[in-house]
Design a binder for this molecule. Structure first.
Ligand SMILES: [Zn+2]
Length: 274
């Protein structure tokens, strides 16, 4: 299930704070934290400094910083710390000002933005906000008669595989509207009409590890091109050998089907269909 990420584009001007940055686009994965400053560790010693946003207004002045969990241009995950149109400024009284450049600014140094790789580097109060997954968006299929639909997909090769299973609002099997003949080639084994309340179960198998995610479709809307976009909530997940919290009994059969399908060598048929 390819989730649609909200794209956040930003650029940073060349100012006395720091060199600029041309337009950059990253994906936002969770909620955004906004504040007047944030304390982050820097350098090998992890020395803590106050970070503020920086704007070119009034010849350079502090502004809010925002932080969100993000995926970078090369797919790397981390936390983006963004400031104003002049980037961020890391305050440090020990830094000597650069003559003719930033003597008039508070002591410290500027950067276009900060990329934090390790969640532990963020203050707990910030983490509590940015770790909350936002409702995720998924593009659905559209049938010839204009209904919203999703494929059961998946199967495994030698040591790894994945699967997407569709289940009804009570975890029940649905009746496919289309079962392609070339499912063996495409990995698409059955197409189901989906409505809000339906469940989508994804399993990822990488021998010997298995991860399973259970989603519910909350709403289905059309975008400006007329394509169906579903908003899905992640209800439960299985990772590192345990569930975050137990999935209900009525989803058990569909979850097993997803797990089996992710390990089904060269899968050629639907595993969870009426
Ligand atoms: Zn199979």
């Amino acid at each position: 299930m390819a989730k649609l990420k909200e794209e956040v584009s930003f650029y940073v001007k060349n100012t006395s704070n720091c060199d600029g940055l041309s337009l950059m686009t990253i994906g936002r994965l969770g909620r955004e934290w906004i504040g007047s400053e944030i304390v982050l560790p820097f350098g090998p010693e992890g020395e803590e400094h106050v970070v503020v946003g920086w704007t070119d207004l009034f010849g350079g002045s502090p502004c809010t910083v925002r932080v969100f969990k993000a995926v970078g241009p090369n797919g790397e995950e981390g936390y983006a710390v963004l400031g104003g149109n002049s980037g961020v400024r890391i305050l440090d009284d020990d830094v000597e000002p650069i003559a003719g450049v930033d003597e008039h600014l508070p002591r410290g140094w500027g950067q276009p933005f900060i990329w934090v790789e390790d969640a532990h580097d963020l203050p707990d109060s910030v983490l509590a906000v940015v770790e909350v997954e936002e409702a995720q968006k998924v593009r659905l299929e559209k049938t010839r008669d204009g209904k919203s639909a999703m494929w059961e997909t998946g199967g495994s090769s030698t040591n790894s595989g994945d699967a997407t299973i569709i289940a009804g609002p009570r975890g029940e099997k649905l009746t496919p509207i289309y079962v392609p003949r070339d499912g063996y080639m495409t990995g698409r084994h059955a197409l189901f009409i989906v409505e809000p309340g339906c469940h989508v179960i994804e399993a990822f198998y990488e021998h010997p590890e298995l991860e399973t995610y259970v989603y519910r479709i909350d709403t289905i809307d059309k975008d400006d091109k007329g394509d169906y976009i579903a908003t899905v909530s992640q209800l439960y997940y299985f990772k590192n050998g345990e569930w975050d919290h137990d999935a209900p009994e009525y989803l058990a059969e569909a979850i097993v089907a997803a797990e089996e399908k992710s390990m089904c060598f060269h899968c050629r048929e639907a595993h969870y269909a009426r």
